[in-house]
Ligand binder design. Structure first.
Ligand code: ZN
Ligand code: FE
Length: 256
């Protein structure tokens, strides 16, 4: 099994683009290129030849660089089968349960609607890497622009079941503000407090809080804990269904 060499490119205000190279074949994927120039520059510096673009969803801060990178490299554009009309240049359309091989590294595809109606995530099991776009963030989750709370809770519940060592390569550095909110609905959670201290130290050192680990998110991220009694109690919904609790927590974050 060939593990990916993954590089993080911060762009715009708080976006991350990822470059992932499979060493045996030399195949290189760009995940969610918001823009093209920094990606092409970094690939050139590394001596990496971009062979694919992997898109998680159609928002411009995830596909904005597609056509320019394709024009410069001739790479193949891969994205969600549920949303082909909104992914510029899409050639390979993936649906839930499909696999995608980047050289010898295999990704399993999850359909994770909620943030948008077509959103997918790529899980490279052999590299413990999850590229989840704007579905799951560290201590947060994406806004419900096109999906329901029920869909998003189902999507997050599937991601939550991945191995604890899974690294979450999400598309934004939102963690500090997510933590400020999370402490309002889960103030006594020691895992959350630990994560808060860790992130504060990372950010003060000028480092990113992404990727985080699924094992930490499972215990510290309130959006993965809508079925925990403490969260229901904190929002005054003891005994209610996880979907309803999730919807309320998400609603509160929207106006935080
Ligand atoms: Zn988005
Ligand atoms: Fe985004």
């Amino acid at each position: 099994m060939a593990a990916l060499d993954i590089r993080q490119i911060p762009v715009l205000k708080d976006n991350f683009i990822y470059l992932a190279r499979e060493p045996k074949s030399g195949a290189v994927a760009v995940v969610d290129p918001a823009v093209a120039a920094p990606v092409l520059a970094q690939a050139q510096r590394l001596g990496w030849r971009i062979t694919h673009i992997l898109n998680t969803h159609h928002h411009s801060d995830h596909v904005g660089g597609n056509m320019e990178i394709k024009a410069a490299t001739g790479c193949v554009i891969v994205g969600p089968a549920h949303d082909p009309d909104r992914i510029p240049g899409i050639e390979i359309a993936l649906k839930d349960g499909d696999t995608f091989d980047l050289g010898q590294a295999r990704a399993e595809v999850f359909f994770v609607p909620g943030h948008t109606r077509g959103h997918i995530a790529y899980w490279f099991q052999g590299s413990n890497a999850l590229f989840c776009g704007d579905t799951l963030f560290s201590i947060g989750c994406g806004r419900l622009f096109e999906g329901t709370a029920q869909q998003m809770w189902a999507s997050l519940s599937r991601l939550r079941a991945l191995p604890a060592a899974t690294k979450i390569y999400c598309a934004h550095e939102y963690t500090e503000s997510n933590i400020r909110f999370a402490l309002t609905v889960d103030p006594d959670n020691a895992a959350l407090r630990n994560r808060a201290a860790e992130v504060k130290a990372l950010r003060q050192a000028g480092r990113y809080s992404v990727p985080s680990l699924m094992g930490d998110e499972r215990t510290a991220n309130p959006f993965l804990r809508a079925d925990a009694p403490e969260i229901a109690a904190a929002v005054g919904m003891t005994g209610r269904d996880a979907v309803e609790v999730f919807a309320e927590v998400r609603r509160r974050k929207d106006v935080f």
